[in-house]
Write a protein that binds this ligand. Structure first.
Ligand SMILES: NC(=O)C1=CN([C@@H]2O[C@H](COP(=O)(O)OP(=O)(O)OC[C@H]3O[C@@H](n4cnc5c(N)ncnc54)[C@H](O)[C@@H]3O)[C@@H](O)[C@H]2O)C=CC1
Length: 415
């Protein structure tokens, strides 16, 4: 790649303190030049602005590592399929980006910088387009899935069972993004709460975040028979095929979902591998999946379950939070360890494991990936946002296998 990372980083640094203004200007330029592109973005742009800047930051700072950069761009290109982005959209985006850098780049914006950014954008767009085209050869941009089960386990929590109209390949530990008819063009990631099943269904554990767009719709406004859209499975928090060590799985709240998937995967594999699943919740009622977990333990005797309660002093079992009880768990340093749950819980648990001498390579979580891929973006619904009833118009029509049901008119071709 004939990019000049130094020049690009210098000019980008200039932009960072004024990012909000620059990104507002970017979208203003883009939509003025190509009004049709506005239909590809969410109704409320606040999160989108932040997302664009974070993506750009990640790209700029990974320029010294061409392999990582190509991976990131390829993933972005594939991800953009579900928004209906087409190759012909890229030049308008590139023109708006260069115009923005010219306007805000200050003293760092020189003819050299403009040439470096133009070349970098062209190469990045080529990588993204090529990745999207390769992906399109074997996978749809999204799957229509019918809600076949909606089990309200608490006022703010539901376990959904979904049946994609065509097989959706995934590995235990991965997540999918979800779009509901109520909120077109807004995708939220949820871990798949189980290993792949012969009937092709998958489950999600969804807690309604206060003011959450998609989570609120999934918990409170979704019923069996309705449909949602699913993006392709992604995520690297899967089992390491090279490791035979017993597993220690540490879950906080709905972080249980991917770890239950890993436990199921081991149970189904027929291998004799010990699994210790630690389920942390605030109170006993937060242990929303115990009957299923106990069934799994009955079927797979090498699964051991420990509950940890943080907010109920009368709880009989372990009290505290995962990082606080680690030293009471048997031999963490001999396990392959997976941690999922609230961001702070993951951070403090990983730090505590390090203090106990567990080698970092044996501790798995998807926090870094989440920060880049936005697995855990807080979803806050603006007070003035209204649900939109007409679905958005991604670029590709789903195949007949993905035909939506009669109630929800899912994607139509773009204008
Ligand atoms: N791959 C992953 O890591 C996944 C992460 N999640 C995330 O997990 C979170 C679950 O939220 P809730 O169910 O509301 O859980 P929660 O907020 O009720 O917390 C559950 C438990 O986690 C521990 N915990 C929470 N905050 C902590 C902190 N600051 N330090 C130490 N321990 C802490 C406590 O033991 C608490 O009882 C969500 O943010 C969700 O996005 C969900 C699915 C997958």
């Amino acid at each position: 790649m004939s990019w000049e990372p130094r020049i690009i980083k210098e000019s980008f640094t200039w932009l960072e303190p004024i990012a909000d203004d620059a990104i507002a200007y970017f979208y203003g330029r883009l939509f003025a030049a190509e009004p049709r592109l506005r239909a590809l973005f969410p109704p409320a742009m606040d999160l989108q602005r932040d997302r664009l800047f974070r993506a750009l930051t990640a790209i700029v700072w990974s320029m010294d590592n061409p392999g990582a950069l190509a991976d990131r761009l390829g993933r972005l290109g594939r991800d953009h399929r579900r928004y209906g982005v087409l190759p012909e959209h890229y030049p308008a985006v590139g023109a708006a980006l260069i115009a923005t850098l010219r306007r805000f780049g200050g003293a760092a914006w020189t003819p050299e910088a403009e040439a470096a950014w133009t070349a970098a954008y062209r190469t990045a767009a080529e990588i993204m387009i090529a990745a999207a085209e390769r992906d399109a050869a074997h996978a749809p941009p999204w799957w229509v899935a019918e809600v076949t089960g909606h089990d309200r386990r608490a006022d703010d929590l539901a376990v959904l069972t979904l049946r994609p109209a065509r097989p959706l390949p995934f590995e235990a530990g991965q997540y999918v993004t979800v779009q509901v008819a109520r909120w077109p063009r807004i995708w939220r990631p949820y871990s798949i709460a189980g290993a792949p099943r012969p009937d092709g269904t998958l489950r999600l554990h969804v807690r309604a975040v206060p003011g959450g767009w998609v989570s609120g719709a999934l918990v409170r406004h979704t019923r069996p028979g309705q449909t949602v859209l699913l993006g392709p499975a992604a995520g690297t928090m899967t089992l390491d095929p090279g490791s035979r060590r017993d597993l220690l799985l540490i879950a906080g709240g709905t972080g249980l979902a991917p770890l239950k998937a890993l436990a199921e995967r081991v149970a189904l594999s027929g291998r004799d591998r010990g699994v210790h699943l630690v389920v942390a919740a605030r109170t006993g009622t937060g242990l929303y999946d115990m009957p299923d977990l106990l069934d799994l333990a009955a079927a797979y005797p090498r699964l051991r379950i420990t509950t940890v309660i943080s907010d109920d002093p009368d709880h009989d079992g372990l009290r505290g939070t995962p990082p606080g009880v680690l030293d009471r768990l048997p031999a963490p340093d001999e396990h392959e360890i997976y941690v999922a749950g609230p961001t702070e819980m993951i951070r403090s648990t990983v730090a505590a494991l390090q203090r106990l001498g567990v080698p970092p390579a044996r501790v798995h979580h998807d926090l870094l990936e989440a920060e880049h891929l936005e697995v855990k973006i807080p979803e806050t619904e603006p007070a003035d946002a209204e649900p939109v009833t007409s679905p958005h118009a991604p670029a590709e029509t789903p195949s007949s296998a993905d035909r939506p049901d009669r109630r929800t008119r899912w994607p139509t071709p773009p204008p």
